[in-house]
Design a protein around this ligand. Structure first.
Ligand SMILES: Cc1cc2nc3c(=O)[nH]c(=O)nc-3n(C[C@H](O)[C@H](O)[C@H](O)COP(=O)(O)OP(=O)(O)OC[C@H]3O[C@@H](n4cnc5c(N)ncnc54)[C@H](O)[C@@H]3O)c2cc1C
Ligand code: FES
Length: 256
């Protein structure tokens, strides 16, 4: 894990990917070169707001770092209204990212949980190949599929309403792909219910699985305990800090 930087970076690109979903890219050479897939950045969203907002790193290469997010409240509204040239205070990269997998990797994302998996897929491709399973509510929520297609050996899209790809959740294609016996690791990010289902399917298949969790955060660096979640090691339950001990956890260690 590289040391975190707290500095001001310049916005170089802003795009709207879907209704209420934006990507913002920063010129951030020092930050991009330190970042590992699964880590996050803590962004000060507006000069008058003391609290930072956490975002998974969607991509980091060529001196640029990109986050992809949905507008939820004041902070994300401020960030979405960025234009190239805006100077933004960012702390990062923070937290524990995904382990380096070997052999073929499956990345499984739900909704905006797909965002940090793009960076993970880019790295996994270099180490034995990668397939993506991406679940969305409907076709209008499906983002980044073109980016995954350019990085992955295969991309399977599911939608709850059947408006694109397979109707249903990611669980079905995941189960089928794991039956082939080709995959040695699963990396997942998305809503908690999806992560729990992915953890159950991978456990049944005997394949290693890591899950990137989201919790509301305060400090982002392990001091305030706002972000704690229940985990277990050797059968003993404990509390872990998502910002510092995670956000990526071995799926078997999370108390779902
Ligand atoms: C490690 C981590 C990585 C994240 N990565 C992404 C990402 O890549 N893309 C993305 O769109 N979002 C991501 N989030 C969620 C994002 O941080 C929140 O949506 C954002 O902080 C909301 O800020 P706001 O000021 O706009 O909204 P607020 O006014 O703070 O809240 C608006 C609504 O969002 C909910 N909310 C706020 N924070 C969180 C949170 N941490 N998790 C779930 N719900 C929350 C609130 O309960 C409320 O309903 C991530 C969260 C964490 C902890
Ligand atoms: S956000 Fe403060 S300890 Fe995690």
């Amino acid at each position: 894990m590289g040391a975190a930087l707290n500095s001001v970076f310049t916005v170089s690109d802003v795009r709207q990917l879907a209704k209420g979903v934006f990507s913002v890219t920063f010129d951030a050479p020092g930050l991009a070169s330190r970042a590992e897939p699964g880590q996050f950045v803590h962004i000060k969203c507006g000069h008058s707001r003391p609290l930072r907002r956490p975002f998974g790193i969607c991509d980091a290469h060529g001196g640029k770092l990109t986050v992809v997010f949905e507008v939820r409240g004041e902070g994300t509204k401020w960030l979405a209204a960025s234009a190239p040239g805006r100077r933004v205070d960012i702390n990062g990269p923070l937290g524990r990212g995904f382990s380096e997998t070997s052999g073929k990797t499956l990345v499984v994302g739900g909704g905006l949980g797909a965002a940090p998996l793009l960076f993970a897929a880019r790295r996994a491709r270099e180490r034995g190949g990668v397939t993506a399973v991406l679940g969305f509510r409907g076709v209008s929520n499906a983002v980044l599929t073109d980016k995954f297609e350019s990085v992955c050996n295969g991309v399977f899209v599911t939608t709850e309403d059947g408006s694109s790809g397979l109707r249903g959740t990611v669980a079905l294609p995941l189960e089928e792909l794991l039956k082939t016996g080709k995959y040695s690791a699963v990396l997942s990010c998305g809503p908690r219910a999806m992560l729990k289902a992915v953890a159950e399917v991978t456990e049944r298949a005997g394949v290693q699985c890591e899950a990137a969790l989201e919790e509301r955060m305060g400090c982002g660096v392990g001091a305030c305990l706002v972000c704690v979640c229940k985990t277990k090691k050797n059968g003993i339950e404990t509390m872990s800090r998502v910002c510092r001990d995670g956000p990526v956890f071995d799926a078997r260690e999370v108390v779902w």
